[in-house]
Write a protein that binds this ligand. Structure first.
Ligand code: 1YM
Length: 647
């Protein structure tokens, strides 16, 4: 690896541009952009760790939404920059695109939103303080919105040999108008990922803002000597999955054809007893949500290796083949490549483009995976059985789908009998209430505004889709009416353009059974009609839990607190009041249901939104588990409360 010093820093542009158009540099000025500031600074420390000079990184959220990041690397060079005539460290923090990342040489993760650098953070901070330990002295410089009054200067001696960099900053609320508050979990997720990807690196992280509950421990030490192997184990544990066999499989190698052996690849993988596939890929530790040449190389090679083994050991007949998806059923894998020069492609720069990576990863995986399978016949047997099961299910699903297609053509998409449709046909103005049970369905049907509100009553046995493959959804008596009513079809046939109602509202009782049906429906939408969630079409109705009344006055309460509030309010006006607890939707008469739960002017609804696919996928698995706590937490966390919604 080429080493660079002050002379190689290239000076490109001023910082005004960053403040003028922050979105161009950090994506947004919302919460995502705010957290991005932290990643930028942490990335510099990670780069130093990748270069082999830093072993510990400390990240803190301090009171007042101040971020402090320290590392024990070499310290940013403080010497005078030959052309700028000021300290190199100052150049790094005040000149856009200064630093090795963009200058050629060094270890880069250039491209798109990644690595926009320290100067961008500085430009967008109300203030930033830089401290460098160079082995003999402590150096300090303060900036305000990217500007400084005094040059970097020594402020004291240090213990001989102590080196490192500490950066403290406060995001500028003139820029981050929406919010300057950091989310502990968001940063934790990212830092944990970094710790997994850099085996051995110690990252300490603490939230010192206070104000959260006593029993919540917001200090963590993230240290994974097993690296991405532990990443795979972590994903499986969080999801509560059971490994199919043995230990995590680990494949690694360097590209012998690349210069200075700069290109390397590590893969950790494991199968579990679920039907879901989780493959996460990274290039130079940057997550590539849209995959790219490394991921394609891995998937192709895995398919090849398993098929070859299957043929050789008679799991497959001569004319048979596993599809890639058969092999990846229940697979959790992390693919991490490191290369000298990453090219990130696509709208959001989420895909690795380097073409040379594909054949390298492909060859490595075919070779190492074949050896693994041959050397571990017992594990190989379990993996191959799993693939065989997936293959038969896929073939059965194909038949079922073809039958369903034929049937729907014949019946020209007949609507289910349990659907009380509305007269409005424009999905933008229409909504579908999915209601469990006939009595609640009856109330809803009578109480609704039939112009734009359709009601579908559910009956029959619900399929736990978490535990089922797509072939069993076709023909399920509870799910198929939903599919028919929505008009979109499911799985690979799903077509959002055919959606018949803009809002799909799940209306279930506020009790355990209600929560069960809500969860099952959400899982079904998540697995088979995912764009409905992504595009914000799924809603949860919020029926009241209590009616508090005195004479003609009545109030509906949606929580115990609200109930108590109304009780004291009405009692204060004179005398005793009556409290009715609604055990189910069926207890409300149609007018009450309309007033409290269905009237767009008065109702409160919760929009189901899942931004992060991986996290959501994890959560759905938690939801389907037996623990009630995490399930409730999910609903609370992912639901955005919207009241008095306009249509
Ligand atoms: C808390 C943030 O920025 N650490 C950090 C940054 C640098 C170095 C070490 C460093 C890099 C190199 C040589 C090199 C940077 N230096 C520069 C530049 N932590 C944090 N730690 N010496 C020190 O890459 O060769 C940019 S970043 F350009 F000045 F060399």
């Amino acid at each position: 690896m080429q080493k660079y010093d002050e002379t190689q820093i290239q000076v490109l542009e001023g910082l005004e541009a960053v403040r003028k158009r922050p979105g161009m540099y950090i994506g947004s000025t919302g919460p995502k952009g705010l957290h991005h500031l932290v990643y930028e600074i942490v990335d510099n420390a990670i780069d130093e760790a990748l270069a082999g000079y830093c072993t510990e990184i400390d990240v803190r959220i301090l009171p007042g939404e101040i971020i402090e990041v320290s590392d024990n690397g070499r310290g940013i060079p403080v010497g005078i920059h030959p052309t700028e005539g000021i300290s190199a460290a100052t150049v790094v923090y005040t000149v856009l695109h200064a630093g090795g990342k963009f200058g050629g040489g060094g270890y880069k993760h250039a491209g798109g939103l990644h690595g926009v650098g320290s100067s961008v953070v500085n430009a967008l901070s109300e203030w930033l303080e830089l401290t460098v330990f160079d082995g003999t002295h402590e150096w300090y410089q303060r900036f305000e919105r990217g500007n400084y009054h005094e040059p970097i200067k020594t402020v004291g001696d240090v213990k001989p040999g102590k080196t490192g960099t500490t950066v403290r900053f406060k995001a500028d609320t003139e820029i981050f108008k929406e919010s300057d508050v950091y989310d502990y979990e968001t940063l934790l997720l990212r830092l944990r990922e970094e710790a997994f990807l850099n085996a051995g690196l110690v990252i300490t992280y603490s939230d010192e803002r206070g104000g959260f509950s006593e029993d919540e421990d917001r200090f963590v030490k993230l240290h994974y000597t097993g690296g991405i192997r532990q990443f795979v184990e972590h994903i499986e544990t969080v999801r509560g999955l059971t490994p199919l066999a043995g230990e995590v499989i680990y494949l690694a190698g360097i590209d012998p054809t690349a210069n200075e052996s700069d290109t390397s690849c590590e893969i950790a993988l494991m199968w579990n007893d679920s039907y879901n596939e989780v493959v996460m890929s990274f290039a130079n530790n940057v997550y590539t949500p849209d995959g790219g040449t490394h991921e394609v190389g891995f998937k192709n090679a895995l398919t090849k290796a398993v098929n070859e083994y299957g043929k050789k050991f008679n799991y497959l007949k001569a004319d048979e083949k596993f599809a890639g998806e058969d092999i990846r059923e229940g697979l959790t894998a992390i693919v991490s490549v490191k290369l000298a020069d990453c090219e990130f492609e696509g709208q959001t720069k989420g895909r690795l483009g380097n073409p040379e990576v594909k054949p390298f990863v492909d060859k490595l995986v075919v070779e190492k995976m074949s050896v693994f399978l041959e050397e571990h016949p017992e594990e190989a047997g379990k993996i191959l059985e799993k693939c065989t099961g997936a293959k038969s299910a896929r073939e059965a699903a194909k038949k079922a789908r073809e039958a369903a297609r034929k049937k729907s053509q014949m019946e020209s998409m007949s609507l289910p009998g349990k659907l009380a449709d509305c007269t409005e046909h424009d999905p933008e103005y229409s909504e579908l209430y999915i209601v469990e049970g006939d009595s609640a369905g009856g109330s809803a049907r009578q109480g609704r505004n039939r112009k734009f509100q359709a009601i579908l009553s559910l009956w029959g046995k619900m399929l736990n889709v978490e535990k089922a493959r797509i072939d069993r959804v076709y023909g399920n008596e509870k799910l198929m009416p939903i599919v028919a009513a929505l008009g979109t079809s499911i799985g690979e046939d799903f077509d959002l353009a055919k959606l018949r109602y803009g809002k799909v509202i799940i209306m279930a009782d506020a009790d355990v059974d209600g929560s069960h049906i809500r969860t099952l429906l959400l899982t079904f939408f998540f697995r088979f009609m995912r764009p409905l969630i992504d595009e914000g079409h799924i809603w949860l109705a919020q029926p009241p839990l209590f009616k508090v009344s005195r004479g003609k006055k009545q109030r509906y309460a949606f929580s115990d607190e609200e109930r108590d509030m109304y009780i004291s309010e009405l009692t204060a006006e004179g005398g005793k009041c009556d409290v009715q607890r609604y055990k189910g939707l069926g207890e409300m008469d149609p007018d009450q249901l309309w007033e409290t739960t269905m009237d767009p002017e008065r109702r409160t609804m919760v929009k189901v939104g899942l931004d992060d696919a991986i996290k959501a996928d994890e959560v759905i698995t938690i939801l389907m588990g037996d623990k009630v706590g995490p399930r409730r937490e999910f609903i609370e966390k992912n639901a955005k409360y919207v009241s008095n919604l306009d249509i």
